[in-house]
Design a binder for this molecule. Sequence first.
Ligand SMILES: [Zn+2]
Length: 140
Amino acid sequence: MPKFSAVRKHEIQTGHRVYGHEGQCGNLHGHSYVFDIYCLANSLDNLGMVIDFSVIKNTICNWLDDNYDHRMLLWKDDPLAKELVCLDPSVVIVPYNPTAENIAHYILTIVAPQVLHNINVKVTKVVIKETARCSASCEL
Ligand SMILES: [Zn+2]
């Protein structure tokens, strides 16, 4: 059986810190995160596509723009989170320690099913590039 994929790239600027990390990742800092969002299908629609790329843009990419772009992601268990969110409402408290792996897992398992709930396509992998040399992914 053939396997088709459609991949949409999206970039956002986001701050974070990895709570508990003893090196520089424990400092408040930011990245130009580049997401690769993979949709897979065993068959194509009437037009010959897995999904119209604009659908990925209008769902997952818009969600990222609205919720994470130019924001600071801090884990709910990070003591700094509750302090900083009072001073600056652009801080986003997330239910996970915001490593690239955990961001990818959240987008794949929580956000994608939520924003694509009535669309017949499955997001099966999210790759997040933090720097030119480093990326992490989560795959179903
Ligand atoms: Zn970082």
